[in-house]
Design a protein around this ligand. Structure first.
Ligand SMILES: [Zn+2]
Length: 446
């Protein structure tokens, strides 16, 4: 049985954040009902004031001040996969860690915030900032349906500098709740957009914003098998894109969200000459989709015209070796001077698309070329970023059976999730790994 994991099963509440108002925790727990597990993590012992409920796991962290330990303990205690767990807090101190580990994060501030304050809070990368129990409930319902991808933005001021328009919040949209992991639902344009902002520290080009649609974990990370976008991206990398339609769609929506429709040209980071240009292929699909459609005026793609899509603006004039395994310095050296602008782009506002950003070396080399050829602005729209960049690269894929080399499937019994060999028959389970064990093991390496 395949179990869709991008659904909400547990909530970790940073109880210290709500220390001044224990009643709110009681209210939240009541609101959630009995189906959602709750872990309250605290470094103080005031927790006794919250009345116990069935799903309640108080975790006394008096001895441990490190947030990573606190979070791992809560995850272990809950026995719920991190991809089904949401973190709730009232400040953003631990968000940097949680956003890459869990299904999502919600900030519920202790006092009402002005729009500007909310905006600043969103820059710290929570999925949602809420100001009432009702709003919290709505956000959790959205997270509960799971998501295939989300649009993330770099700081808003960069957008203003580039495009001269201002918005109350960063232009963000999440792409398509995906409860049943059915690819068909990902094409649906009626999917409810939701807000999500992820900051990409230390990655982006100093002058140009990145907009990123989601996360890519890589096959050696157990979460890879559970995240719809991450999984599809590895197909995109290794096979010839069974999901090209999906990606073309995601790019169009991401570009609209990132630019508000204000740009002149869309182009791609070119592949090495000996490799098929999969992004150029995506651009062709985007082009043909836009040519075919007669769009209603309020369509999100209405302002993107087929003629703005051009795949031959940048060319890779010198091949370079695959960057996998290289450090940032070596990556930068490999891609220096390999990209060349082929057309007059003087004064143009350019959208540059790419699939996954790891260190930013390749895309930043392209941005630099475009800017020196006179581009007025460059906005990078990417399908995913690698949350740990080059830090975590275990050599062996955890999704491969050590006994027979088959791909491990995902199985689920009433209490736990497993990676299990698909060749297994009956009780003769020659390869079965609990998700939580696999996850903790990988987590220790980071
Ligand atoms: Zn096997």
């Amino acid at each position: 049985m395949f179990y869709s994991l991008t659904s909400l099963r547990a909530l970790i509440i940073d109880a210290d954040d709500f220390g001044g108002r224990p009643q709110i925790i009681t209210d939240i727990i009541k609101m959630l009902g009995q189906s959602i597990e709750v872990a309250l993590v605290t470094r103080r012992n005031w927790i006794a004031r919250v009345p116990p409920v069935r799903t309640f796991h108080p975790i006394d962290m008096t001895e441990h001040l490190d947030s990573k330990i606190l979070l791992t303990r809560a995850i272990k205690e809950l026995k719920v996969p991190p991809c089904s767990t949401v973190y709730l807090c009232s400040s953003t101190v631990t968000l940097e860690l949680t956003k890459d580990l869990l299904l999502g994060s919600v900030v519920f501030p202790n006092q009402p915030l002005s729009d500007i304050e909310k905006h600043l809070l969103y820059q710290e990368s929570p999925d949602f900032v809420v100001d009432s129990l009702d709003a919290l409930y709505k956000c959790l319902s959205i997270l509960d349906t799971g998501y295939a991808a989300e649009v993330a933005s770099s700081p808003d001021r960069l957008v203003k500098a580039n495009f001269g328009h201002s918005t109350t919040f960063s232009p963000t949209v999440s792409i398509t709740p995906n409860p049943k992991d059915s690819t068909a639902s990902l094409y649906s344009s009626s999917a409810k957009p939701t807000t999500r902002v992820v900051k990409l520290p230390n990655l982006q080009h100093p002058e140009c914003p990145y907009f990123v649609l989601g996360r890519y974990f890589g096959p050696s990370d157990p979460r890879h098998a559970l995240h719809a976008l991450s999984l599809r991206l590895s197909h995109f990398k290794h096979h010839h894109s069974p999901h090209s339609q999906l990606f073309a769609n995601l790019f169009l929506r991401g570009i609209e969200a990132a630019t508000g429709g204000v740009f002149d040209l869309i182009t791609q980071v070119p592949s090495r000459p000996e490799v098929g240009d999969r992004l150029a292929h995506i651009l062709r699909i985007m082009h043909s989709n836009l040519s075919k459609q007669t769009q209603p005026a309020d369509s999100p793609h209405a302002r993107t015209s087929p003629t703005s899509i051009q795949s031959d603006i940048l060319r890779c004039v010198n091949s370079y070796p695959p960057l996998k395994g290289l450090n940032l310095k070596a990556r930068k050296a490999s891609v220096a001077k390999v990209f060349q602008v082929q057309k007059d782009i003087q004064g143009k506002r350019i959208v540059l698309i790419d699939d996954i950003v790891t260190t930013g070396a390749t895309i930043n080399a392209c941005i630099t070329e475009l800017k020196s050829a006179g581009a007025a602005s460059v906005t990078a729209v990417l399908l995913a970023y690698h949350p740990y960049g080059l830090k975590a690269r275990p050599s062996k894929s955890i999704n491969i059976c050590t006994e027979c080399g088959e791909r491990l499937g995902i199985t689920f019994d009433s209490s736990e999730l497993y990676f299990e060999c698909l060749k297994q028959t009956g009780d003769d389970s020659h390869s079965k790994v609990s998700f939580n064990n696999a996850f903790s093991e990988q987590f220790q390496k980071i």
